[in-house]
Design a binder for this molecule. Structure first.
Ligand code: AAL
Length: 401
């Protein structure tokens, strides 16, 4: 390295360390922006102020706050039964429909007899459905899609489902696990379709999406999912939380990936989303070369807006609790940062998502953990927070549909 280069590097490091810009390199911003951010001394900018000055211009139209509430009828809390991960809600013949994971029995975990016990609340689930006239009082209608026969790719559990209606047909996509359910088991995505929301459902003979196969486990302990020789793609272990949206004449299957050797990052669990695209609802679904399309998130919650796709990113990663939007279903930008959001949202597809950016989230379904064993389906509402006074009004508003 030349002596001059070294001198410049040392000087730059000193200026950065002392919070002072190199002479002549400080970028200037408008007086309005300085005033808006409360920066009255632009010659002494903290690292936080420098970041704030570089924020993209954003209005508050994507900023919302949520509240949740109990539902009635068969969705009232019931000890002994797990009802969780509600699908989107649709309306057929004046009634709302929802599908969800349902199981019974306590969770034993992975320490005992995994062949016969239940390792997670979402283990040994089938997909059930319920209907409601008002979205508040629900009637459980019964089984929609059962686990497969012994030996099938979905013989252990079918769970975390989403509904898509297209051309008069109904499509349920969902997660699948094949026995034995150990910590290294790969999770896939299955699909069933029907002519009526009441079924009968026809099942895909093979999964429609599988984890990437480019990771390599270290050792042969089936209960160790963190030891790897190579991690592979972001979705090398599990493909989860599928949701198919018809978009631009194709079918976009959004999903959560879990990676072999998942780490805890500066934002928590290393969770990211991907998309796989098909010409037909039944597939084949081809993973986008741009995957992963998020660097954070958990359950998929996506809706069409203004020619693009919006996505609520919750729970894990440095960008958790943000609403994001992409003009093309792939390249997402943060539109707002929220205080928090309900988990596993089942979007209300009967609302007009184009009314405003977050209209699709005005009310719908979520799930909540009463205990580690028992989860139940609840309702949520969201409110736009535009002025300080509307914050109070929103928080106190009664539940209306
Ligand atoms: C959920 C989802 C998937 C996971 C588990 C059940 O919130 O992310 O469905 O497997 O938790």
């Amino acid at each position: 390295m030349k002596r001059l280069d070294l001198y410049c590097i040392i000087l730059g490091t000193i200026f950065l360390a002392t919070g002072t810009a190199l002479p002549g390199t400080e970028k200037k911003y408008s007086e309005e922006l300085y005033d808006h951010l409360g920066i009255t001394n632009p010659d002494h900018l903290s690292a936080a102020s420098r970041r704030a000055l570089e924020w993209p211009e954003r209005s508050n139209e994507w900023f919302i706050q949520f509240r949740t509430y109990d539902l009635k009828g068969d969705f009232a809390y019931e000890e002994g039964v797990v009802r969780r991960d509600p699908s989107a809600m649709i309306k057929v013949d004046g009634r709302y429909f929802v599908w969800y994971s349902r199981s019974t029995g306590e969770t034993q975990g992975f320490d005992g007899d995994i062949e016969n016990e239940k390792v997670f609340p979402w283990d040994r689930c089938d997909i059930w459905y319920a209907t409601s006239e008002d979205g508040i009082t629900w009637k459980e209608e019964g089984l929609a899609v059962p686990r497969g026969e012994k030996g099938a790719y979905d013989d252990r559990s079918v769970f975390t489902t989403e509904i898509m209606v297209h051309d008069g047909k109904y499509y349920l996509c969902y997660q699948t696990v094949k026995s034995p359910y150990n910590k290294r088991v790969k999770n896939q995505i299955g699909l069933s379709w029907a002519d009526s929301p009441h079924g009968p459902w026809t099942k895909s003979e093979e999964p429609i999406l599988s984890p990437a196969d480019n990771g390599e486990w270290y050792g042969d302990d089936l209960q160790d999912r963190f030891s790897v020789v190579r991690k592979g793609d972001f979705d090398s272990h599990k493909v989860h939380d599928p949701c198919i949206l018809p978009y631009k004449g194709k079918f976009y299957l959004y999903y959560k990936g879990e990676q072999m050797g998942e780490e805890i990052t500066w934002g928590g669990r290393q969770i990211r989303h991907g998309v796989a695209i098909a010409d037909n609802p039944l597939g084949p679904y081809v993973k986008s070369k741009y995957n992963p399309i998020s660097n954070s998130g958990h359950e998929i919650c996506v809706w069409p807006y203004n020619g693009g796709i919006a996505s609520l990113i919750t729970t894990d990663g440095p960008e958790k609790n943000t609403v994001q939007w992409s003009p093309d279903g792939i390249n997402f930008e943060i539109m707002s940062v929220l205080k928090g959001a309900p988990h596993a949202i089942g979007i209300n597809r009967t609302l007009d998502p184009e009314e405003e950016p977050t209209a699709a989230l005005r009310w719908g379904l979520t799930h909540e953990y009463k205990t580690g064993d028992w989860q139940y389906i609840r309702g949520f509402r969201s409110y736009r927070i535009i002025r300080h006074s509307s914050y109070t009004q929103g928080a106190k508003a009664p539940i209306r549909n």
